[in-house]
Design a protein around this ligand. Structure first.
Ligand SMILES: Cc1cc2nc3c(=O)[nH]c(=O)nc-3n(C[C@H](O)[C@H](O)[C@H](O)COP(=O)(O)OP(=O)(O)OC[C@H]3O[C@@H](n4cnc5c(N)ncnc54)[C@H](O)[C@@H]3O)c2cc1C
Length: 217
């Protein structure tokens, strides 16, 4: 088995509609790189909790960051997480409600996430997260102050246990329903980018930078 198509672990093997599953590194990386938001699941004493968070990918690792008050990060030790990133590409409109669906690309990552103690690595991890959200922003801002790095907690998590699942194409209707007069098809969805709004306190003469004007997903 090649490195590109690793054998999934037992718990990351897609069971339901397994032909939609993929363990290909490029596929997993591309979904993570296009996504903006991760849903991070953790077991707590009060039961399971899922928190939306930003993230960044560095090769075969994900970085998550937050304030020391964050439930995920405040323990200061490794935690078992399940991180999900989903991209919604279209609504799939079928002839029956039963067969309505979505076209999507999603990734589920499971495993231990460990605090990044080294301040240089932590600083770089924060840059990775920033560049993930707004490519070009790190070069467009001042360097981190040391107290900012010290005051931000970062977790690193391996992508070694990860799966992707992808649905594409038209609705899959029951054969007899093709006789109905009901409209069916696919309604594509995407991220709409608006016009940048300068901060009311922005000093005069500062033009909107290219990395903001050109932002897209
Ligand atoms: C935007 C969106 C909306 C969805 N809506 C629904 C819905 O309303 N109802 C529904 O039943 N399902 C929905 N799904 C599919 C859902 O994510 C699961 O794939 C499905 O429910 C099967 O779950 P399971 O735990 O039985 O999967 P199993 O196949 O038993 O899961 C085993 C392992 O496969 C991997 N896996 C499972 N699902 C995914 C995934 N989506 N992406 C990456 N890896 C995965 C995980 O590692 C998981 O631990 C949706 C998916 C997306 C992305």
């Amino acid at each position: 088995m090649s490195q590109e198509n690793q054998v999934p672990s037992g718990r990351t093997t897609v069971q339901r509609l397994p032909d939609r599953g993929s363990y290909d590194r490029e596929t997993i990386h591309s979904i993570l790189d296009e996504g903006l938001l991760a849903h991070v699941g953790i077991n707590t004493e009060q039961g399971p909790v899922v928190i939306p968070m930003l993230y960044g990918r560095d090769e075969e690792h994900l970085f998550l960051h937050g304030s020391p008050a964050s439930r995920l990060l405040r323990e200061g030790r490794s935690v078992e997480l399940c991180v999900t990133v989903s991209l919604i590409d279209a609504l799939v409109v079928a002839r029956s409600l039963f067969h309505h669906s979505m076209n999507y690309r999603s990734v589920v990552v499971m495993g231990q996430a460990s605090p990044v103690e080294d301040l240089d690595v932590r600083s770089r991890a924060l840059d990775v997260i920033s560049e993930h959200v707004i490519p070009g922003r790190v070069a467009g801002t001042r360097p981190h102050h040391e107290k900012e790095i010290k005051g931000t907690l970062v977790l690193s998590m391996s992508l070694s246990e990860a799966s992707a699942k992808i649905r594409t194409g038209p609705p899959v209707d029951d054969a007899e329903d093709h006789e109905l007069d009901t409209w069916a098809g696919v309604l594509p969805l995407g991220i709409k980018v608006g016009t940048p709004i300068p901060d009311p306190q922005l000093r005069e003469g500062i033009a909107t930078p290219e990395h903001i004007l050109q932002w897209h997903r």
